[in-house]
Design a protein around this ligand. Structure first.
Ligand SMILES: NCc1cccc(Nc2n[nH]c3ncnc(Nc4cccc(O)c4)c23)c1
Length: 222
């Protein structure tokens, strides 16, 4: 049979894993804010236990910044579903606020990440009409904090990429720094300097702020 292909990480943010006690039981997918659709047969061997729903994952076990395990507020099988046939084999799950946040880990130095933006393209200050993208290696916090670079102003809630030659610039602020398919940082202007290797590009890391982000989303969702 045709060998199955490994999915490219995080290209399917709607993809859900329905779990019991940390064990994957069934797939599912987001069809609306807070609602996951799956199959009613998935509740057969659960003897009434309520699933947890894992969203934003590629690996079921490894820590990933956008991975979240959500409680299920309501589990609603289609009224026509039954254990004798495949009719109306649908299950709707209303997911509640996330019950667990992934551990907050630095991206390894030299990891090549990408950043995109409509910011100015070079010292000419030319502003593009179309989106540009840039691949840059992560710079360790120690190097970025060196006296001759950002001189100990880079906290553990920030990260840097090498700014030799290719760099972010005016108008790129706010965009995502994506490493291995995961948004790890948000472009910040920092010293506003562009393309100077002595002033590496700075990003606000996202992982330290997931509780704040979820809190705002949950409050807004009410
Ligand atoms: N590379 C870090 C970075 C990320 C995001 C934005 C920024 N810069 C800027 N953000 N806002 C700005 N307002 C005015 N000038 C600015 N930078 C600038 C413009 C022309 C020549 C040059 O050497 C630097 C910036 C710098």
């Amino acid at each position: 049979t045709q060998p199955l292909l490994l999915a490219k990480p995080h290209l399917r943010p709607y993809m859900a894993s329905l779990q019991l006690d940390g064990q994957h039981i069934c797939g599912g997918f987001l069809i609306a804010k807070q609602w996951v659709l799956s199959a009613a047969h998935c509740t057969e061997e659960t003897d009434g236990k309520i699933f947890q729903v894992l969203l934003g994952a590629h690996s079921l076990t490894e820590p990933e910044p956008h991975k979240r395990l959500y409680r299920v507020r309501a589990q609603i099988p289609h009224p026509g579903s039954n254990i004798h046939n495949n009719k109306d084999d649908l299950l709707l799950l209303q997911v509640g606020p996330s019950s667990r946040h992934p551990p907050d880990r630095d991206v390894a130095p030299d990891t090549v990440c990408e950043v995109a933006g409509w910011g100015t393209i070079n010292h000419s200050g030319r502003r593009p009409d179309k989106l540009y993208q840039l691949e840059r290696p992560v710079l360790s916090r120690d190097v970025c904090n060196h006296r001759t670079r950002h001189d100990h102003t880079i906290t553990e809630k920030m990260m840097c990429t090498d700014s030799r030659r290719k760099d972010t610039c005016k108008g790129d602020s706010g965009g995502p720094l994506v490493c291995n398919g995961v948004a790890e940082g948000v472009v910040t202007a920092g010293s506003r300097v562009c393309g100077n290797y002595k002033k590496p590009a700075i990003y606000t890391r996202i992982a330290p702020y997931t509780a704040w982000i979820d809190g705002v989303i949950a409050a807004g969702a009410a």
